[in-house]
Design a protein around this ligand. Structure first.
Ligand SMILES: [Zn+2]
Length: 247
């Protein structure tokens, strides 16, 4: 019962988008698809994803390009372009979308995301089993909006997991998924990927510092992290790439 009303709530968040859109022209989607595939390959190369365990998507208008389920990223080419609408109906392509499509779509429907990166990065996944929020070990948490929450566990690919993630993403652009991995969204794939790598790095730092016997890592206060969050958002800064990681 609760689940039904939750689902309806989610649907009600999609104003005026319900009219059937024209089938998108694959040629206009090709550049975004190349970027999706390149990002997915990079996630494997950089060790953030093993095999096909993560997934990457990008939104172009009301179309979402998403990596397919179970296809090695090295095998993906232009003909594998896979596009769905915001309700998850395949509009272009012949492959089955990633099993985490409900998670990606929930984020696109609820936020201004233009790109979503989901990984099973090792340190982030380890941290997701230990805490309900990544301790404030480094100010780069501000790039994700503040202390990084851990969404409660739910079966992969489920609407329940998507709901948990949306709750964990309130006022944040990234979170951990308990016993599962990471999800980060941004206005570009480059930025979503960069902040995924930063999140994994912060988790590695916290694990390393926590592992020193007899010592506990110093953590940032809420005020210190708030100040870093404001600066990373570009508040009070000269025009430039908001949220760009500082040198
Ligand atoms: Zn996953």
């Amino acid at each position: 019962m609760a689940r039904q009303s939750d689902e309806r709530e989610t649907r009600d968040e999609r104003p005026e988008r319900r009219s059937p859109a024209a089938v998108p022209d694959p040629a206009t989607l090709a550049p975004a698809w190349r970027e999706v595939v390149a990002t997915a390959r990079r996630s494997t190369r950089d060790g953030l994803v093993v095999g096909t365990s993560g997934n990457v998507s990008a939104r172009v208008g009301d179309t979402v390009l998403v990596t397919p389920s179970g296809v090695p990223y090295d095998a993906l080419g232009p003909r594998d372009l896979l596009a769905v609408d915001l309700d998850g109906r395949v509009r272009v392509g012949h492959l089955r979308p990633s099993s985490e499509l409900p998670l990606h779509l929930a984020i696109y429907r609820a936020t201004d995301a233009r790109a979503v990166v989901h990984t099973h990065a090792v340190h982030a996944t380890a941290v997701s089993t230990l805490v309900t929020e990544l301790p404030a070990i480094h100010y780069m948490a501000g790039a994700l909006g503040g202390p990084v929450r851990v969404a409660p566990y739910a079966l992969y690919g489920s609407d329940e997991l998507a709901r948990h993630v949306l709750a964990a993403l309130r006022a944040r652009t990234g979170c951990l998924l308990r016993n599962h991995g990471t999800v980060v969204y941004a206005d570009t794939l480059r930025r979503a990927y960069e902040y995924t790598a930063q999140l994994e790095w912060m988790c590695q730092v916290w694990l390393a510092a926590s592992a020193v016997p007899g010592r506990a890592p110093a953590l940032l206060s809420a005020a210190q992290l708030d100040a870093a969050t404001d600066r990373l958002r570009g508040y009070g800064q000269p025009p430039g790439p908001a949220g760009a990681p500082p040198a």
